[in-house]
Write a protein that binds this ligand. Structure first.
Ligand code: SF4
Length: 59
């Protein structure tokens, strides 16, 4: 599983709250992937589906 957050992120914090082991804010206050998404694939999929701007890309 490869996960990226694109530039559409509006910093709502949802994915970081759902899966803090994988997502965190970067220096610009935008969500980014900081952990291994393969450790909690279901939560990552749920976060991607719940992102209000579809900024989480999962491959
Ligand atoms: S859920 Fe989407 S918009 Fe919200 S912080 Fe995560 S990537 Fe950004």
């Amino acid at each position: 599983m490869t996960v990226t957050v694109n530039d559409d992120c509006i910093s709502c914090g949802l994915c970081i709250n759902m899966c803090p082991e994988v997502f965190d804010y970067n220096a610009d206050g935008i969500s980014c992937v900081t952990g291994d998404p393969n450790n909690c694939t279901e939560l990552v999929q749920e976060a991607a589906a719940a992102c209000p701007v579809n900024a989480i890309e999962v491959e």
